[in-house]
Design a binder for this molecule. Structure first.
Ligand SMILES: Cc1cc2nc3c(=O)[nH]c(=O)nc-3n(C[C@H](O)[C@H](O)[C@H](O)COP(=O)(O)OP(=O)(O)OC[C@H]3O[C@@H](n4cnc5c(N)ncnc54)[C@H](O)[C@@H]3O)c2cc1C
Length: 424
């Protein structure tokens, strides 16, 4: 069996490696000169930089955890307990904000706690903006949730749905908040991503390279044409029994013929873009810092040097700040516009623009995705998976889990059959 995998990010490499390990002849097509997709790293002036955002690994899926540590054994990883903070009124509040009210000025803490206890009355709103107020109360929403989310999405929160965030955002109960206040203890309780791993050396690229090691990668070879021919698929003119695409759905109409309803659904999918900037700064044990304040352009500073001690030369500190929207060019004044002075960021060492950063779960998302999913992932032998192939806010572990399932389907022959009704 010959399988073509389109894209050498986490999803493409995982599905390719699972198939390769089962004896399948797999070819991976990648437009970029380097594998990894969003999960890349490079070294600039001795600093390790994940240019599309710092990538930590954790998962609730034990199969994924076991597989990752079988590919890159545990001794190559640094285990970290998350120490995330929020920059609030010139100081640092522990994350998540709502469990850290004991660290706020007393009047703010009382307002936030009072509003939260009175919240969640009446019908649950179906738009994200109203839901934040409904769920957390007005004070927490206005102090942190609304300004932060407006920055990171750069999309009207009123037009976003709410189903996507379960499992992504901590959603503590009222009793948890009262307990944290009574105990004066902002400790997180079983929140998503409260512990994680990061490669000791080489950034997240070390995991990518370990997954890719035995694979045939066609780097700098973008997919330009995909066609069905008889019961096979042609990719750039070469024949395969099945194709797993992990490239953005928005790239597909340019390379393959699609029915109008499918290209229409793809057209309706929303996303945002991101520029990151690597800077030097004093060493810190903060994993990352959320910056909700509208005075600053960055919404987050990820401290690469807190993920592994080897991220910055000579025991120094480093962090990458992120700005959503069209590409931002580095300039002398940018650090002042982007970050609070208190962070003492030094010079910009490196920068990277990512066209595809976050999937936006607008209200039409579920409908559009159900059209694309049912079209591609049937029995035609063409699968579209991954963050941009499925168009879901999936982290690496969920991309891996989806890749496992897809490889298993291909291996079980579920892709086969008569292609006459493929409707392509
Ligand atoms: C700022 C940020 C921070 C993140 N942090 C984390 C984190 O800490 N932990 C975590 O688990 N997840 C994190 N994620 C999510 C993580 O990046 C994704 O889940 C994962 O990398 C998606 O992998 P993918 O293979 O599906 O997509 P991609 O990584 O986007 O891979 C798609 C690949 O397709 C290639 N391609 C595109 N067009 C073509 C073409 N025409 N021909 C051939 N190839 C093509 C691209 O070059 C790319 O290599 C983060 C994401 C962002 C944006």
């Amino acid at each position: 069996m010959r399988v073509a995998v389109l894209g050498a990010g986490v999803s493409g490499l995982t599905v390719a490696r699972r198939l390769f390990d089962a004896g399948v002849d797999v070819t991976v097509y990648e437009a970029d000169a380097k594998a990894g997709g969003l999960a890349k790293s490079r070294v600039t002036d001795g600093y390790i930089y994940d240019p599309h955002g710092g990538h930590i690994f954790n998962s609730k899926n034990q199969n994924v955890v076991d597989w990752v540590f079988s590919v890159l054994p545990k001794e190559h990883w640094q285990f970290n307990v998350r120490n995330a903070k929020i920059f609030y009124k010139g100081g640092y509040i522990s994350y998540p904000f709502e469990l850290s009210l004991c660290e706020l000025p007393v009047d703010d803490a009382v307002d936030c706690a009072y509003d939260f206890i009175s919240a969640q009355r009446g019908d649950e709103p179906d738009n994200f903006a109203d839901w934040l107020v409904w769920n957390f109360g007005k004070s927490i929403a206005e102090a942190y949730m609304l300004p932060y989310n407006r920055k990171i999405w750069a999309y009207p929160l009123e037009e976003m749905g709410t189903a996507w965030m379960r499992g992504k955002m901590p959603l503590p109960e009222k009793k948890d908040i009262l307990r944290s206040l009574a105990l004066k203890d902002p400790t997180e309780r079983k929140m998503p991503h409260s512990t994680f791993y990061y490669p000791l050396e080489g950034g997240i690229q070390t995991m990518i390279d370990a997954v890719a090691r035995p694979l045939t990668l066609r780097l700098s070879e973008p997919v330009e044409a995909v066609e069905s021919r008889g019961n096979r698929w042609l990719v750039n003119g070469e024949a395969y029994d099945a194709v797993v695409s992990t490239i953005p759905l928005k790239a597909l109409p340019a390379v393959m013929r699609l029915p109008e309803r499918v290209s229409g659904a793809i057209d309706g999918l929303r996303y945002n873009s991101l520029t990151t900037f690597l800077t030097d700064c004093p060493p810190t044990d903060i994993s990352w810092l959320y910056i909700p304040g509208t005075r600053w352009r960055a919404h987050r500073m990820g401290y690469q040097s807190a993920l592994t001690p080897k991220a910055a030369p000579d025991g120094g500190g480093s962090g990458a700040f992120e700005i959503i929207g069209a590409e931002v060019k580095a300039s002398d004044s940018l650090i002042k516009q982007a970050l609070p002075d208190e962070l003492r960021a030094g010079r910009i060492i490196d920068t990277q623009f990512s066209e595809y950063a976050y999937v936006i779960h607008d209200k039409a998302h579920a409908k559009n995705v159900s059209v694309t999913r049912s079209y591609f992932n049937g029995d035609s032998g063409f699968y579209s998976i991954g963050r941009w192939g499925a168009w879901n806010y999936n982290n690496m572990d969920l991309c891996m889990a989806e890749a496992f399932d897809t490889a298993a389907r291909i291996l079980s022959g579920a892709y086969g059959g008569d292609y006459a009704d493929k409707n392509i």
